[in-house]
Ligand binder design. Structure first.
Ligand code: NAD
Length: 345
C-alpha cells in the first residue's frame, strides 16, 4: 500500500511515519507540508516524492494518505483525498464544525474508500481491558465516571514550539484544549461504556496561555464538561493545557459494586477496587505521554483494514458522535445552559 503523508510535523514524525515504516505492507511514497524543507527532510530516508501541494499529492498514485495538518484544514484535505479515490487516516479532531464533519462523511460515502479517525486512545491495552471489565459486570452497573487529560500545553509539543504555535491561533484551530485533548477523553467514554453522550453542560476558559503579543490566546486552554449518557449516568470530563508537572490521562469508572481506575497508578494501569476485597491490579502498558511515545497501533490497524476487512477501525460516524459532544459542551459554555444532543440519542 503506497502512502502519502500530508503535514509532516510532530505527530507525523513520531507516530505515522515510524509506524508505516515498520509495517511491511506499507510504503512511504509521498510527502507534503506547507514547510517544504521539512517535507524534504522527512521524505529523504524513504526516497519519498515531495509534492508542492496536497492536491498534487492526492492526484498521484498513492493508495492512502495520513492527514496530519493543523485542525482547520482537516475537512478540506480529507474531502479532497476521498474524492481523489484515496483511503484516509485523518488526525483528531475530525474537523472544526459539525458541517465539516457531515461533509467528510458525505465524501466518504460517495468515494467508497475507507476513512479512519486517529482517536488512538481506543487502542491502548488498559482502555481495552477496562472496557471488557465493565462489560463483564466486574463493578456492577455503571453509575458515574470522571475522565481527564492534562499536560503542559501544545506550545511545548509542536514541531514549531513557542507562543506562535498554530494550536493557539483560532485561524488554524478554533477548538482549543476542548477539541485537542477533550475529544480524546470524550471519545474514550463512548468506547469504554458503549454508550453515547446525549447531553453536555460545558465550561471553557482561557486561564494561562498567551500568544506572541502577550495577550491571552483566542481559544480555551482549560475545558470541563458534565456529560449525561444515554443510560442516564452522569460524569465529568476535564481537558487542560495547564498541568505543569506529570501528565494526567486518567479515567475512573464508578459502578454499583466497585471502581475501575485507569492510568491512576503508574505501575498498575488498571486497578479494580471493591468493598471488602483485595484490589485487583493489572500491569498492561504505560500510557503514551508527550515524553514517552510508544507504538500506538493505529497505523497498523489502518493498513490492515484497507488491505483486508475494508471496515474502518474508528469510523467517521463514531468520531462525529464524539465531536457532537464536544461541540455541545462548547455551545453550553457559550449559552450557560445544558445542551442536548438528539443525534446521539
Ligand atoms: N492522535 C493524537 O494523539 C494526536 C497527537 C498530537 C497531534 N494530533 C493532531 O495532529 C495534527 C497535527 O498536529 P502536530 O502535533 O503534528 O502539529 P505540529 O505543529 O507539530 O505540526 C503540524 C505540521 O503540519 C503542517 N501544516 C499545517 N497546516 C498544513 C496544511 N494546510 N497543509 C500542509 N501542511 C500543514 C505544519 O507546517 C507542520 O509541519 C493536529 O490535528 C493534532 O490535533 C493528534
Amino acid at each position: 500500500m503506497r502512502v502519502g503523508i500530508i503535514g509532516c510535523g510532530k505527530i507525523a514524525q513520531i507516530r505515522h511515519i515510524p509506524e508505516y515504516a515498520e509495517n511491511p505492507n506499507a510504503e512511504l511514497a509521498a510527502f507534503f507540508d506547507l514547510n517544504s524543507e521539512r517535507a524534504s527532510e522527512v521524505a529523504r530516508p524513504f526516497g519519498g516524492r515531495v509534492f508542492d501541494s496536497w492536491q498534487d499529492l492526492v492526484s498521484s498514485d498513492v493508495d492512502a494518505v495520513s492527514v496530519c495538518t493543523a485542525n482547520v484544514s482537516h475537512a478540506e484535505i480529507a474531502i479532497g483525498a476521498l474524492r481523489a479515490g484515496k483511503h484516509v487516516l485523518l488526525e483528531k479532531p475530525m474537523a472544526t464544525t459539525a458541517e465539516e464533519c457531515e461533509a467528510i462523511l458525505a465524501a466518504e460515502r460517495t468515494s467508497g474508500k475507507l476513512l479512519m479517525i486517529d482517536l488512538n486512545q481506543r487502542f491502548t491495552s488498559a482502555h481495552k481491558l477496562a472496557r471488557e471489565l465493565l462489560a463483564s459486570g466486574e463493578i456492577g452497573e455503571l453509575i458515574t465516571f470522571r475522565t481527564m487529560f492534562g499536560h503542559g500545553g501544545p506550545e511545548i509539543w509542536s514541531v514549531d514550539p513557542g507562543a506562535s504555535t498554530w494550536f493557539f491561533d483560532p485561524k488554524f484551530t478554533t477548538l482549543g484544549a476542548m477539541g485537542d485533548l477533550g475529544v480524546h477523553k470524550t471519545d474514550i467514554i463512548h468506547f469504554l461504556t458503549g454508550q453515547r453522550i446525549v447531553e453536555a453542560t460545558g465550561k471553557v476558559a482561557t486561564l494561562e496561555k498567551r500568544g506572541p503579543d502577550g495577550e491571552l490566546i483566542g481559544v480555551d486552554d482549560n475545558a470541563w464538561a458534565i456529560y449525561k449518557l444515554a443510560g442516564g449516568q452522569v460524569g465529568t470530563m476535564n481537558a487542560s493545557w495547564s498541568h505543569h508537572g506529570k501528565e494526567d490521562n486518567s479515567t475512573v469508572l464508578y459502578g454499583s459494586k466497585g471502581i475501575i481506575f485507569i492510568y491512576c497508578d503508574p505501575d498498575n494501569q488498571v486497578v479494580v477496587e471493591k468493598p471488602g476485597a483485595t484490589a485487583r491490579k493489572f500491569q498492561v502498558e504505560p500510557i503514551q505521554t508527550n515524553d514517552n511515545q510508544t507504538k500506538s497501533g493505529a497505523i497498523d490497524a489502518f493498513v490492515e483494514a484497507v488491505l483486508t476487512s475494508g471496515q474502518s477501525p474508528i469510523s467517521g460516524e463514531e468520531a462525529f458522535a464524539s465531536m457532537r459532544a464536544v461541540f455541545a459542551a462548547l455551545e453550553s459554555s457559550r449559552i450557560g445552559a445544558p445542551v442536548e444532543i438528539p443525534e446521539n440519542m
